[in-house]
Design a protein around this ligand. Structure first.
Ligand SMILES: Cc1cc2nc3c(=O)[nH]c(=O)nc-3n(C[C@H](O)[C@H](O)[C@H](O)COP(=O)(O)O)c2cc1C
Length: 188
């Protein structure tokens, strides 16, 4: 198959788009984040935030951040949080915020899933702070669960790739299952 080499930039990878939350000056603030993910088998997420963002101040101050998964019907507010900074515009009333008993970072009621993360390591890189956070609380909207487990199609997360947002398509296979067929055919 013909391959062409293209520009090295990170916007070509598909990624879930999340809203990172932190209290800044005692008020909730949320920033849209594409640089988010899982780092190991333990309950640890990373988010990478520009060191000049308003949200970054709050994460550093409190040692906690929230990760909120917006569904696609929240696209306008999700994009808005990535266009406007809390430095100049109060975003605290954009969503209804809630806290768990730890109370260290605000979470968004309207999002089907929320994670509260305690910062366990911070790595500065090229003008960004990469915060590694241990998940200390997880919340899911009841109607987004199937048999008690988060259901991707009910959550309906927003995905980003390039300069567009996408929604999740149907499942194309089961994890640790599809490859078993190949193992069996190699052995047989
Ligand atoms: C789709 C999308 C993804 C973004 N991803 C990131 C990211 O991963 N890291 C980051 O620092 N900023 C990212 N931004 C930019 C911030 O969300 C934006 O600068 C925001 O206004 C910062 O808000 P704050 O200053 O209130 O924290 C993204 C924006 C959009 C629209």
């Amino acid at each position: 198959m013909e391959k062409v080499k293209i520009k090295n930039y990170p916007m070509v990878n598909p990624t879930p788009i999340v809203l990172a939350g932190a209290d800044v000056n005692g008020k909730p603030n949320y920033a849209t984040v594409g640089a988010f993910g899982v780092v190991c088998q333990g309950p640890i997420f990373y988010i990478s935030l520009k060191d000049t963002h308003f949200t970054t101040i709050g994460v550093k101050e409190n040692g906690y951040f929230s990760v909120n998964i917006p569904s696609v019907d929240m696209i306008q507010k999700t994009d808005y949080c990535g266009l406007v900074s809390g430095k100049t515009t109060d975003k605290s009333h954009l969503f209804s915020s809630f806290y768990d008993e730890i109370g260290k970072a605000p979470m968004i009621s309207e999002c089907p899933m929320n994670f509260l993360c305690k910062v366990i390591q911070t790595v500065p890189i090229s003008g960004f702070e990469v915060f590694f956070g241990e998940i200390v609380s997880t919340f899911a909207r009841e109607n987004c669960l199937t048999d008690g487990v988060p259901d991707p199609l009910k959550i309906n997360p927003t995905l980003g790739m390039g300069l567009s947002y996408y929604s999740l398509g149907p499942s194309v296979g089961a994890v640790f299952n599809e490859g078993v067929k190949l193992i069996k055919s190699n052995n047989g």
